[in-house]
Design a protein around this ligand. Structure first.
Ligand SMILES: *Cc1c(COP(=O)(O)O)cnc(C)c1O
Length: 397
């Protein structure tokens, strides 16, 4: 975590993604440098002492911070409109850092039931082992949130749109309820991307990303980001990160920095294609239901328009028939890849019931709307016509 410097406050968002946070070396390189170094040397012993006492700015050890990682932190903080950011090794390290840093034994956490599988593990299995009570609610039901919140609730955790059904949670409404009991609001903003949704402006306190997804956007490396106030970052996240060590490699930070430069362009193109694909699927025989936040028939279309600047790069849909028919369709795809990943330039399709959510009991899957015929499509950067042709041909088998 370092200061957000070397930027112009008037820069528009696209300029921030390309120019924000640059910290050039004495060589004046145009592209950001990769500082693949674990440690740093000091000109004299007094400087070393001053850096350790935080009396002099500068780097100490790459477990704490690193110039390339700091450039990424400054750039994403500037784009998100956050006071500060910390980058970590994966999205799950970001979720774990956000929650473990602010919770202690005796506290309570309330979370939306529809979560990325590993997030559910942290909330349901890990935190209770350390004396944190967790309660899961139906994220779209404000009465359930209100009933679950108590004066001991220190954090609420939610994902919107949620994986894999794309159900939304009203961030502003949940933040109001959570703040009334003094709880911090943590939003996993991966599915909306930083381009389409700004949780901090809607009342969230902490935003987490798997940068592995759309921020890299080309399926190359893992990374995670936590954004919040300077106070939270300095007092809660940095001590946790410094001493537990889920550090982001400077090389991965560099890949993600370059990913940010094209983030808006890529997300806009994937959203355009996703909207076309959702419309195609909605009119296609053999498709039982399409769930896309950008369509008027989306059950929470009004909320989607209110808190998102677009329908997003993911489409969920259910086929008619059974699991065997769905598998036949998946196996007949020749362009779109079967994968549990998302946010890649290559379009990827997932059967959540047998992969990402197979750990859940059938009754719990049913509660979440994850049927055996549900598919999640992460729309990449191929030509939308080729993607539609691939889906059309596979659906005909
Ligand atoms: C992928 C993902 C994560 C975890 O990120 P990793 O980088 O794989 O650790 C967390 N939340 C959501 C919504 C995700 O899609």
């Amino acid at each position: 975590m370092t200061d957000i410097k070397k930027h112009n406050a008037n820069w528009k968002s696209r300029t921030r993604l390309v120019r924000g946070g640059i910290d050039r070396s004495q060589h004046g390189e145009t592209s950001e440098a990769i500082f693949l170094t674990s440690g740093f040397r000091y000109d004299n012993a007094g400087t070393a002492e001053a850096r350790f006492k935080n009396e002099l700015p500068g780097f100490v050890y790459s477990r704490y911070s690193n110039p390339t990682v700091a450039m990424l932190e400054n750039r994403i903080a500037l784009y998100e409109g956050a006071e500060a950011a910390c980058c970590v090794a994966s999205g799950m390290a970001a979720v774990n850092t956000a929650l473990m840093s602010i919770l202690a034994a005796g506290d309570e956490v309330v979370a939306a039931r529809a979560l990325f599988g590993s997030c559910r593990y942290i909330i349901e299995d890990l935190l209770p082992r350390f004396g944190v009570k967790s309660t899961l609610v139906d994220g779209s039901d404000l009465q359930q949130w209100e009933a679950a919140l108590t004066p001991k609730t220190r954090a609420v955790f939610l994902e919107t749109p949620a994986n894999p059904t794309l159900e939304l949670v009203d961030i502003a409404a949940v933040a109001k309820l959570a703040h009334a009991v003094g709880a911090l609001v943590v939003v996993d903003n991966v599915f909306a991307t930083p381009v389409l949704q700004k949780p901090l402006t809607l009342g969230a306190d902490i935003v987490v990303y798997s940068a592995t997804k759309h921020i890299d956007g080309q399926g190359r490396c893992l990374g995670g980001i936590v954004l919040a106030s300077r106070q939270l970052v300095e007092e809660k996240f940095m001590p946790f990160l410094k001493h537990t060590g889920p550090s982001l490699s400077p090389f991965n930070a560099w890949v993600l920095l370059k990913g940010l430069e094209t983030l808006e362009l890529r997300v806009a193109e994937s959203c355009r294609s996703a909207a076309r694909i959702a419309d195609f699927l909605a009119s296609r025989q053999g498709v039982a239901r399409v769930s896309y936040p950008g369509r008027d028939d989306f059950p929470q279309a009004e909320l989607a328009r209110r808190q998102m600047a677009g329908g997003g790069p993911l489409v969920a849909f259910e086929l008619e028939g059974d699991k065997e028919r769905v598998f036949r369709m998946l196996d007949a795809l020749s362009l779109i890849d079967i994968s549990n990943n998302l946010g890649d330039s290559k379009s990827l399709v997932t059967h959540p019931a047998t992969t990402t959510h197979q750990r859940l009991a059938p009754a719990e899957r049913a509660k979440l709307g994850i049927s055996d015929t549900l598919l999640r499509l992460s729309v990449g950067l191929e030509d939308a016509e080729d993607l539609i042709a691939d889906l059309d041909a596979a659906l005909s088998r």
